[in-house]
Design a protein around this ligand. Structure first.
Ligand code: ADP
Ligand code: MG
Length: 243
């Protein structure tokens, strides 16, 4: 499982995360919601050490890291446990869809190209991009690029996939195709932590919903608890402000 304890992160004088406590079981889908600037992205980034917290422990599967005694080797092992899907896809523009998906297999996992390609092709098929192996990102729609991003995350076979607002850069008509792929993964018991503004998707797919504000976890519960019967005033206010 995933366990975060006493996690704190500052940017200069600004305390962005305060004593975060979080548990996610294998196979669970957790949605993180909350206002802009509440620390949702920073929390995801701390889970795979794109940002390094000052304090706290992060355990993913069999790797436990205490931020106070962070060794290079532990950082590397923890990073290997997760893969991130970014809002703006972050694909290599000079590589094809297939090359984007298999890059980490070749560079990080030292896999032979032929083997990596057959894995990459299977994953692109899985996200509905069979005909697009050789396309460069500029020739793909935003929804297709994000599906390449998801295939790339799946390629390293991570313990957990971290999604940071994966549909918020997309034109409305392209959101559904990305959510459909994520729904498929959820149904296959892929462990996922999803920062999202798609409340109806969160309500449908998440096992657990976390509401964050001001760098704190304000409320955690099942989707029905949070969306139909929120307990905290901040949660109520946030949800009532959504259209
Ligand atoms: P959210 O994803 O919930 O919108 P973020 O985690 O992006 O929130 O940001 C939380 C707070 O941290 C904000 O006040 C933001 O301005 C600040 N912040 C985020 N990243 C940095 C950074 N690299 N340097 C300085 N401040 C940052
Ligand atoms: Mg964010």
């Amino acid at each position: 499982m995933i366990k975060v304890s006493g996690l704190r992160k500052k940017f200069h004088d600004l305390q962005v995360l305060h004593d975060i406590e979080l548990e996610v079981n294998k196979g669970e889908v957790v949605a993180i919601i909350g206002p802009s600037g509440s620390g949702k992205s920073t929390l995801l980034r701390c889970l795979n050490l794109l940002e390094v917290p000052e304090e706290g422990t992060v355990t993913i599967d069999d790797v436990a890291v205490n931020m106070r005694e962070l060794a290079k080797k532990d950082m590397y092992r923890l990073r290997q446990k997760s893969a991130m899907v970014f809002q703006n896809y972050n694909l290599f523009k000079n590589k094809t869809a297939l090359q984007n998906v298999i890059e980490s297999l070749i560079v990080v996992k030292n896999m032979k190209e032929a083997e990596a390609k057959s894995i990459g092709e299977r994953l692109l098929e899985q996200v509905g991009l069979s005909g697009k192996f050789d396309n460069y990102p500029s020739t793909l729609s935003g929804g297709q690029q994000q599906r390449v991003g998801i295939a790339r995350a799946l390629a390293v076979d991570p313990y957990v996939i971290l999604f940071d607002e994966p549909t918020s850069a997309l034109d409305p008509e392209l959101v559904g195709e990305v959510l459909n792929v994520m729904r498929l993964l959820a149904n296959k018991n892929t462990t996922m932590i999803i920062v999202t503004h798609e409340m109806s998707f969160a309500r449908e797919v998440a096992d657990k919903v976390i509401f964050m504000a001001d760098g704190k976890i304000i409320e955690t519960g099942g989707p029905e608890d949070i969306f139909s019967n929120p307990q905290n005033e901040r949660t109520k206010r946030f949800l009532s402000q959504l259209s």
